[in-house]
Design a protein around this ligand. Structure first.
Ligand SMILES: NC(=O)c1ccc[n+]([C@@H]2O[C@H](COP(=O)([O-])OP(=O)(O)OC[C@H]3O[C@@H](n4cnc5c(N)ncnc54)[C@H](O)[C@@H]3O)[C@@H](O)[C@H]2O)c1
Length: 259
């Protein structure tokens, strides 16, 4: 496979370290100018145009919201399938519509990985039956909410117990906490939609790591899931499981068995 990569940060670098020669015939990486790409088989593209001209079989976006607009949109239009990791970007309804249209016009697939969360297979399977209710709670230790608008809502240093500082829909969370919207957006897109997926964000001084919990009720059945993720080595804000979720998407493209 010829893999294209947008972003050579924590996820991008870890992915290339995990992918073996049997996975990759060729890799083309679009990184920020001046960023060294330390991989023996990686070719560096300086621009989105050069990345598209290289015609990767599959493009993985692991860069951020700006790259979704600048690179994923034209790549889809050019007929290149894309695994999009910065899923929170799709909380912007206009951008979501533009991505759908670009994929349709280009005859390409926009692939949304489960990322840091699980159970997306069952949630997405249940969605066409309607009547879904989804309630998600994202819990992190107070220090993990540093640098986010949580600082303006509660005294992170003074907490003695788990405290809910945000309650709203998946679309609201994208507005208020754009850098923490990936999981809520993934649940919303797979299930009940951005405006009918309820979200709570919690700072908990007893939490050891990042916890994602959600409950689903549906005419087809009910379930609850709770995931205590370990942080990735390169970025404490990104769960290690996210990197492996993207690895799974890449390997599933190759087959011969898809699971
Ligand atoms: N879906 C999920 O569950 C999930 C989970 C974790 C992270 N994410 C998202 O994945 C993305 C990457 O996460 P990370 O931990 O690797 O972050 P990171 O900050 O370590 O790496 C991002 C890299 O992309 C580069 N970059 C940014 N804009 C770019 C552009 N336009 N073109 C080329 N390179 C660009 C940055 O310089 C940086 O090196 C983030 O947007 C994050 O929100 C999604």
């Amino acid at each position: 496979m010829h893999l294209g990569l947008v972003g050579y940060g924590n996820i991008g670098k870890s992915l290339l370290d995990l992918l073996g020669a049997e996975d990759l015939a060729r890799v083309t990486v679009l990184a920020r100018p001046g960023k060294a790409v330390a991989h023996p088989r990686a070719e560096v593209a300086e621009t989105t145009e050069a990345l598209i001209a290289a015609r990767p079989d599959l493009l993985v976006e692991c860069a951020g919201h700006a790259a979704v607009r600048e690179t994923v949109l034209p790549a889809l239009k050019a007929g290149i399938d894309v695994v999009l990791v910065s899923i929170g970007a799709l909380s912007d309804a206009a951008l979501e519509t533009a991505l759908h249209r670009a994929a349709q016009d280009g005859g390409a697939m926009l692939i949304l990985p489960a990322g840091a969360i699980g159970g997306i297979d069952l949630l997405a399977a249940m969605a066409p039956a309607g009547g879904l209710e989804v309630r998600y709670t994202g819990t992190k230790p107070p220090q993990a909410w540093r640098g986010t608008p949580a600082e303006d809502r509660i005294d992170l240093d003074g907490l003695t117990e788990a405290t809910v500082f945000f309650s709203g829909t998946a679309r609201d969370v994208a507005q208020a906490f754009p850098k923490n919207a990936n999981v809520a957006a993934t649940l919303a897109l797979a299930g009940a939609g951005m405006d009918a997926t309820q979200v709570e964000l919690v700072a908990d001084p007893t939490a050891a790591g990042n916890r994602h919990a959600y409950a689903v009720t549906s005419p087809l059945g009910d379930y609850e899931i709770r995931i205590d993720n370990r942080a990735s080595n390169g970025n404490a804000k990104t769960s290690a499981a996210t990197i492996y979720s993207v690895l799974r998407e890449i390997r599933n493209r190759k087959g011969p068995v898809v699971i």
